[in-house]
Design a protein around this ligand. Structure first.
Ligand code: FA5
Length: 346
Protein backbone atom coordinates (compact mmCIF):
# COMPACT_ATOMS: atom_id res chain seq x y z
CA UNK A 1 0.00 0.00 0.00
CA UNK A 2 1.28 3.48 -0.89
CA UNK A 3 1.06 5.32 2.37
CA UNK A 4 3.07 8.22 0.95
CA UNK A 5 0.18 8.97 -1.39
CA UNK A 6 -2.34 8.54 1.42
CA UNK A 7 -0.48 11.03 3.61
CA UNK A 8 -0.17 13.45 0.70
CA UNK A 9 -3.91 13.24 -0.06
CA UNK A 10 -4.84 13.57 3.59
CA UNK A 11 -2.62 16.61 3.98
CA UNK A 12 -4.00 18.27 0.83
CA UNK A 13 -7.57 17.64 2.03
CA UNK A 14 -6.83 19.08 5.48
CA UNK A 15 -5.06 22.16 4.17
CA UNK A 16 -7.87 22.84 1.74
CA UNK A 17 -10.50 22.59 4.48
CA UNK A 18 -8.40 24.78 6.78
CA UNK A 19 -8.05 27.45 4.10
CA UNK A 20 -11.81 27.43 3.56
CA UNK A 21 -12.67 27.66 7.28
CA UNK A 22 -14.11 31.05 8.16
CA UNK A 23 -14.51 30.94 11.93
CA UNK A 24 -12.73 29.84 15.06
CA UNK A 25 -15.51 27.33 15.58
CA UNK A 26 -14.81 25.68 12.17
CA UNK A 27 -11.11 25.53 12.99
CA UNK A 28 -11.72 23.84 16.34
CA UNK A 29 -13.87 21.28 14.60
CA UNK A 30 -11.13 20.63 12.02
CA UNK A 31 -8.57 20.26 14.77
CA UNK A 32 -10.73 17.59 16.39
CA UNK A 33 -11.52 15.94 13.09
CA UNK A 34 -7.85 15.46 12.12
CA UNK A 35 -5.61 15.81 15.14
CA UNK A 36 -7.59 14.57 18.15
CA UNK A 37 -6.93 11.05 19.48
CA UNK A 38 -9.47 9.56 17.11
CA UNK A 39 -8.82 12.15 14.39
CA UNK A 40 -8.08 11.04 10.84
CA UNK A 41 -4.39 11.80 10.97
CA UNK A 42 -3.92 10.26 14.43
CA UNK A 43 -5.65 7.08 13.31
CA UNK A 44 -3.16 6.71 10.44
CA UNK A 45 -0.69 5.65 13.08
CA UNK A 46 -2.54 2.34 13.45
CA UNK A 47 -1.14 1.33 10.06
CA UNK A 48 2.42 1.38 11.29
CA UNK A 49 1.97 -2.24 12.30
CA UNK A 50 1.45 -3.18 8.64
CA UNK A 51 4.58 -1.57 7.21
CA UNK A 52 8.11 -2.76 7.14
CA UNK A 53 9.92 0.55 7.06
CA UNK A 54 8.47 1.93 10.25
CA UNK A 55 10.98 4.79 10.40
CA UNK A 56 9.93 6.09 6.96
CA UNK A 57 6.27 5.74 7.92
CA UNK A 58 6.86 7.63 11.16
CA UNK A 59 8.60 10.44 9.31
CA UNK A 60 5.73 10.74 6.84
CA UNK A 61 3.23 10.75 9.68
CA UNK A 62 5.11 13.46 11.58
CA UNK A 63 5.57 15.63 8.48
CA UNK A 64 1.88 15.41 7.65
CA UNK A 65 0.82 16.18 11.22
CA UNK A 66 3.27 19.10 11.49
CA UNK A 67 2.07 20.76 8.26
CA UNK A 68 -1.54 20.49 9.39
CA UNK A 69 -0.76 21.80 12.89
CA UNK A 70 1.17 24.77 11.49
CA UNK A 71 -1.57 25.63 8.99
CA UNK A 72 -4.15 25.43 11.78
CA UNK A 73 -2.07 27.69 14.09
CA UNK A 74 -1.65 30.34 11.41
CA UNK A 75 -5.32 30.28 10.50
CA UNK A 76 -6.42 30.40 14.18
CA UNK A 77 -4.24 33.49 14.73
CA UNK A 78 -5.72 35.15 11.65
CA UNK A 79 -9.23 34.46 12.85
CA UNK A 80 -8.45 35.69 16.36
CA UNK A 81 -7.09 38.95 14.91
CA UNK A 82 -10.15 39.35 12.71
CA UNK A 83 -12.39 38.84 15.74
CA UNK A 84 -10.40 41.36 17.80
CA UNK A 85 -10.72 44.01 15.11
CA UNK A 86 -14.45 43.35 14.81
CA UNK A 87 -14.87 43.58 18.61
CA UNK A 88 -12.89 46.83 18.72
CA UNK A 89 -15.05 48.27 15.97
CA UNK A 90 -18.17 47.34 17.90
CA UNK A 91 -16.81 48.81 21.15
CA UNK A 92 -15.77 52.13 19.58
CA UNK A 93 -15.96 54.97 22.11
CA UNK A 94 -17.74 58.07 20.97
CA UNK A 95 -15.30 60.75 22.06
CA UNK A 96 -17.68 63.46 20.95
CA UNK A 97 -19.91 62.73 23.95
CA UNK A 98 -19.46 65.26 26.74
CA UNK A 99 -17.43 63.81 29.65
CA UNK A 100 -17.99 64.18 33.38
CA UNK A 101 -16.36 67.31 34.66
CA UNK A 102 -14.36 67.27 37.87
CA UNK A 103 -13.66 70.28 40.06
CA UNK A 104 -9.94 70.92 40.14
CA UNK A 105 -8.52 72.09 43.43
CA UNK A 106 -5.77 74.65 43.82
CA UNK A 107 -2.99 75.17 46.32
CA UNK A 108 -3.73 77.38 49.30
CA UNK A 109 -1.94 80.74 48.88
CA UNK A 110 -0.18 80.04 52.16
CA UNK A 111 1.59 77.00 50.66
CA UNK A 112 2.26 78.80 47.38
CA UNK A 113 4.21 81.40 49.35
CA UNK A 114 6.14 78.76 51.32
CA UNK A 115 7.11 77.04 48.05
CA UNK A 116 8.15 80.34 46.53
CA UNK A 117 10.27 81.30 49.57
CA UNK A 118 11.90 77.85 49.61
CA UNK A 119 12.72 78.10 45.88
CA UNK A 120 14.35 81.50 46.33
CA UNK A 121 16.57 80.40 49.22
CA UNK A 122 17.39 76.97 47.78
CA UNK A 123 18.55 78.93 44.71
CA UNK A 124 20.96 80.75 47.03
CA UNK A 125 22.38 77.47 48.35
CA UNK A 126 20.29 77.06 51.51
CA UNK A 127 18.93 73.71 52.61
CA UNK A 128 15.45 73.32 54.09
CA UNK A 129 15.17 72.05 57.68
CA UNK A 130 12.24 71.12 59.88
CA UNK A 131 11.86 71.35 63.63
CA UNK A 132 9.34 70.38 66.33
CA UNK A 133 6.25 72.54 66.88
CA UNK A 134 6.01 71.30 70.47
CA UNK A 135 9.40 72.02 71.93
CA UNK A 136 11.36 72.41 75.16
CA UNK A 137 11.84 75.78 76.88
CA UNK A 138 15.57 75.29 76.35
CA UNK A 139 15.29 75.53 72.55
CA UNK A 140 12.50 78.13 72.29
CA UNK A 141 14.01 80.51 74.85
CA UNK A 142 17.09 79.61 76.90
CA UNK A 143 19.55 78.73 74.14
CA UNK A 144 18.37 81.91 72.39
CA UNK A 145 19.61 84.05 75.27
CA UNK A 146 16.14 84.44 76.79
CA UNK A 147 16.45 83.15 80.39
CA UNK A 148 13.43 82.45 82.61
CA UNK A 149 12.99 85.95 83.99
CA UNK A 150 13.66 87.81 80.71
CA UNK A 151 10.95 90.36 79.81
CA UNK A 152 11.14 89.33 76.11
CA UNK A 153 9.17 86.21 77.11
CA UNK A 154 6.09 88.36 77.69
CA UNK A 155 5.91 89.25 73.98
CA UNK A 156 6.02 85.57 73.09
CA UNK A 157 3.72 84.02 75.65
CA UNK A 158 2.37 80.72 74.35
CA UNK A 159 0.52 77.54 75.28
CA UNK A 160 2.42 75.40 77.79
CA UNK A 161 2.00 71.62 77.89
CA UNK A 162 3.86 71.59 81.22
CA UNK A 163 6.50 73.83 82.85
CA UNK A 164 9.10 72.77 80.35
CA UNK A 165 7.22 71.85 77.17
CA UNK A 166 5.42 74.40 75.00
CA UNK A 167 4.10 75.27 71.54
CA UNK A 168 6.97 77.19 69.92
CA UNK A 169 6.35 80.93 69.67
CA UNK A 170 8.80 81.40 66.79
CA UNK A 171 10.80 79.25 64.39
CA UNK A 172 14.01 80.63 65.96
CA UNK A 173 13.84 77.52 68.19
CA UNK A 174 15.12 75.60 65.16
CA UNK A 175 18.38 77.60 65.30
CA UNK A 176 19.41 75.88 68.51
CA UNK A 177 18.44 72.41 67.19
CA UNK A 178 20.39 72.91 63.97
CA UNK A 179 23.48 74.24 65.80
CA UNK A 180 23.36 71.29 68.18
CA UNK A 181 23.32 68.88 65.23
CA UNK A 182 26.00 70.75 63.23
CA UNK A 183 28.53 70.39 66.07
CA UNK A 184 30.52 73.52 65.26
CA UNK A 185 30.34 73.21 61.46
CA UNK A 186 29.11 76.02 59.13
CA UNK A 187 25.33 76.27 58.66
CA UNK A 188 23.12 77.66 55.88
CA UNK A 189 19.48 76.72 56.36
CA UNK A 190 15.92 77.95 56.24
CA UNK A 191 13.07 76.39 58.18
CA UNK A 192 9.41 77.12 57.43
CA UNK A 193 6.84 76.10 60.03
CA UNK A 194 3.88 76.85 62.26
CA UNK A 195 4.24 78.98 65.37
CA UNK A 196 1.85 79.86 68.22
CA UNK A 197 1.44 82.87 70.51
CA UNK A 198 -0.97 84.16 73.08
CA UNK A 199 -1.94 86.97 70.71
CA UNK A 200 -5.46 88.33 70.25
CA UNK A 201 -6.64 87.62 66.74
CA UNK A 202 -7.20 90.66 64.53
CA UNK A 203 -6.65 91.54 60.85
CA UNK A 204 -2.86 91.12 61.05
CA UNK A 205 -2.43 88.86 64.11
CA UNK A 206 -3.37 85.25 64.67
CA UNK A 207 -2.71 82.94 67.64
CA UNK A 208 -1.39 80.46 65.07
CA UNK A 209 0.74 81.72 62.22
CA UNK A 210 3.84 80.65 60.33
CA UNK A 211 7.37 81.87 59.93
CA UNK A 212 10.41 81.01 57.87
CA UNK A 213 13.59 81.06 59.88
CA UNK A 214 16.92 81.60 58.18
CA UNK A 215 20.32 80.90 59.75
CA UNK A 216 23.80 81.25 58.31
CA UNK A 217 26.91 80.56 60.39
CA UNK A 218 30.43 80.60 59.02
CA UNK A 219 33.68 82.52 59.25
CA UNK A 220 33.54 86.22 58.24
CA UNK A 221 29.75 86.55 57.96
CA UNK A 222 28.71 90.19 58.36
CA UNK A 223 25.69 92.49 58.33
CA UNK A 224 26.36 93.32 54.66
CA UNK A 225 25.79 89.65 53.79
CA UNK A 226 22.46 89.74 55.64
CA UNK A 227 21.38 92.90 53.82
CA UNK A 228 22.37 91.55 50.39
CA UNK A 229 20.55 88.28 51.09
CA UNK A 230 17.33 89.96 52.18
CA UNK A 231 17.48 92.46 49.32
CA UNK A 232 17.75 89.63 46.80
CA UNK A 233 14.90 87.81 48.54
CA UNK A 234 12.66 90.91 48.45
CA UNK A 235 13.40 91.59 44.77
CA UNK A 236 12.63 87.99 43.78
CA UNK A 237 9.54 87.77 45.99
CA UNK A 238 7.96 91.13 45.12
CA UNK A 239 9.56 93.03 42.24
CA UNK A 240 12.96 93.98 40.83
CA UNK A 241 12.73 97.59 41.99
CA UNK A 242 11.88 96.71 45.61
CA UNK A 243 14.11 98.50 48.13
CA UNK A 244 15.00 97.17 51.58
CA UNK A 245 15.31 99.28 54.74
CA UNK A 246 16.91 98.15 58.01
CA UNK A 247 15.59 99.71 61.22
CA UNK A 248 17.39 99.20 64.47
CA UNK A 249 15.50 96.84 66.80
CA UNK A 250 16.00 94.39 69.65
CA UNK A 251 15.94 90.61 69.87
CA UNK A 252 17.82 88.91 72.75
CA UNK A 253 19.34 86.38 70.32
CA UNK A 254 20.79 88.85 67.78
CA UNK A 255 23.17 91.78 68.12
CA UNK A 256 22.73 94.10 66.33
CA UNK A 257 19.05 93.40 65.64
CA UNK A 258 16.94 94.91 62.89
CA UNK A 259 13.37 95.10 61.67
CA UNK A 260 13.33 94.87 57.91
CA UNK A 261 10.96 96.91 55.75
CA UNK A 262 10.47 96.74 52.01
CA UNK A 263 9.47 99.69 49.85
CA UNK A 264 5.73 99.53 49.21
CA UNK A 265 5.27 97.84 45.84
CA UNK A 266 1.74 99.20 45.60
CA UNK A 267 2.69 102.91 45.56
CA UNK A 268 6.44 102.51 44.84
CA UNK A 269 7.26 104.27 48.11
CA UNK A 270 5.02 107.33 47.61
CA UNK A 271 2.60 106.43 50.39
CA UNK A 272 -0.77 104.65 50.12
CA UNK A 273 -3.33 102.94 52.37
CA UNK A 274 -1.47 99.60 52.08
CA UNK A 275 1.72 101.03 53.64
CA UNK A 276 -0.31 103.36 55.87
CA UNK A 277 1.20 106.37 54.07
CA UNK A 278 4.80 105.59 55.04
CA UNK A 279 6.02 104.08 51.74
CA UNK A 280 7.46 101.10 53.67
CA UNK A 281 6.08 97.75 54.87
CA UNK A 282 7.61 95.63 57.64
CA UNK A 283 8.08 91.99 56.73
CA UNK A 284 10.59 90.43 59.11
CA UNK A 285 12.97 90.54 62.05
CA UNK A 286 16.67 89.76 61.70
CA UNK A 287 20.17 90.35 63.03
CA UNK A 288 23.66 89.03 63.62
CA UNK A 289 23.62 85.93 65.83
CA UNK A 290 24.40 87.01 69.42
CA UNK A 291 27.83 85.81 70.70
CA UNK A 292 26.09 84.24 73.73
CA UNK A 293 23.91 82.14 71.40
CA UNK A 294 26.97 81.01 69.45
CA UNK A 295 28.81 80.12 72.66
CA UNK A 296 25.86 78.22 74.17
CA UNK A 297 25.68 76.06 71.03
CA UNK A 298 29.39 75.32 70.85
CA UNK A 299 30.65 77.93 68.37
CA UNK A 300 33.60 80.21 69.21
CA UNK A 301 32.31 83.78 68.54
CA UNK A 302 35.91 84.86 67.93
CA UNK A 303 36.06 82.51 64.94
CA UNK A 304 32.48 82.18 63.78
CA UNK A 305 29.78 84.74 63.12
CA UNK A 306 26.35 84.46 61.57
CA UNK A 307 23.06 86.06 60.72
CA UNK A 308 19.47 84.99 61.25
CA UNK A 309 16.06 86.18 60.14
CA UNK A 310 12.42 85.32 60.76
CA UNK A 311 9.83 86.08 58.07
CA UNK A 312 6.09 86.09 58.79
CA UNK A 313 4.65 83.90 56.02
CA UNK A 314 1.02 85.07 56.14
CA UNK A 315 2.15 88.70 56.15
CA UNK A 316 4.18 88.13 52.99
CA UNK A 317 1.23 86.32 51.36
CA UNK A 318 -1.11 89.14 52.39
CA UNK A 319 1.17 91.75 50.84
CA UNK A 320 1.79 89.79 47.69
CA UNK A 321 -1.84 88.88 47.01
CA UNK A 322 -3.57 91.88 48.58
CA UNK A 323 -5.31 89.81 51.30
CA UNK A 324 -6.91 92.12 53.83
CA UNK A 325 -7.36 89.81 56.82
CA UNK A 326 -5.01 87.10 58.17
CA UNK A 327 -7.99 85.10 59.52
CA UNK A 328 -9.00 84.19 55.95
CA UNK A 329 -6.10 81.70 55.84
CA UNK A 330 -7.73 79.61 58.57
CA UNK A 331 -11.44 79.79 57.76
CA UNK A 332 -11.44 77.08 55.09
CA UNK A 333 -13.70 79.13 52.85
CA UNK A 334 -13.45 77.58 49.37
CA UNK A 335 -14.38 80.88 47.72
CA UNK A 336 -11.19 82.40 49.16
CA UNK A 337 -8.97 79.54 48.01
CA UNK A 338 -10.48 79.51 44.52
CA UNK A 339 -9.48 83.15 44.09
CA UNK A 340 -5.87 81.95 43.79
CA UNK A 341 -6.42 79.36 41.07
CA UNK A 342 -4.96 81.62 38.42
CA UNK A 343 -1.93 82.70 40.45
CA UNK A 344 1.20 81.17 38.84
CA UNK A 345 2.17 78.02 40.75
CA UNK A 346 5.94 78.37 40.35
C1 FA5 B 1 10.47 86.88 65.84
O1 FA5 B 1 9.61 86.00 65.97
C2 FA5 B 1 11.91 86.53 65.74
N1 FA5 B 1 12.12 85.16 66.10
C3 FA5 B 1 12.41 86.83 64.32
C4 FA5 B 1 13.91 86.78 64.24
C5 FA5 B 1 14.51 85.64 63.78
C6 FA5 B 1 14.66 87.87 64.61
C7 FA5 B 1 15.90 85.57 63.70
C8 FA5 B 1 16.05 87.84 64.56
C9 FA5 B 1 16.64 86.68 64.07
P1 FA5 B 1 8.75 88.80 65.60
O2 FA5 B 1 8.03 88.56 66.86
O3 FA5 B 1 8.92 90.22 65.16
O4 FA5 B 1 10.19 88.16 65.58
O5 FA5 B 1 8.01 88.01 64.43
C10 FA5 B 1 8.54 87.93 63.13
C11 FA5 B 1 7.40 88.04 62.11
O6 FA5 B 1 6.40 87.08 62.42
C12 FA5 B 1 6.68 89.38 62.14
O7 FA5 B 1 7.37 90.34 61.36
C13 FA5 B 1 5.34 89.03 61.58
O8 FA5 B 1 5.42 88.97 60.17
C14 FA5 B 1 5.12 87.61 62.08
N2 FA5 B 1 4.24 87.60 63.27
C15 FA5 B 1 4.54 87.80 64.55
N3 FA5 B 1 3.48 87.67 65.36
C16 FA5 B 1 2.44 87.35 64.57
C17 FA5 B 1 1.05 87.05 64.76
N4 FA5 B 1 0.50 87.01 65.98
N5 FA5 B 1 0.28 86.78 63.70
C18 FA5 B 1 0.83 86.77 62.46
N6 FA5 B 1 2.12 87.02 62.19
C19 FA5 B 1 2.91 87.31 63.22
Amino acid sequence: MDYALDFENLKTKCLEEISKASSLKDLTELKNKYLAKKGEISLMMNHIREVEDKKAFGEMYNACRKSVEEALDIKIKEEENKKLIEDLKKEKIDITLPGNSYQRGSANPFYKIINEIEDIFVGMGYSVETGPEVDYDKYVFELLNIPHDHPARDMQDTLYIDNNLLLRSHTSSVQAHVMEKAKGQPIKIICPGKTYRRDDDDMTHSHQFAQVEGLVIDKNINLGNLKATLELFAKKMFSKDTKVRFRSSFFPFTEPSVEVDISCFNCKGKGCPLCKGSGWIEILGAGMVHPNVLKMSGYDPEVYSGFAFGIGIERVAMLKYGIDDIRRFYQNDLRFIKEFKKVKED
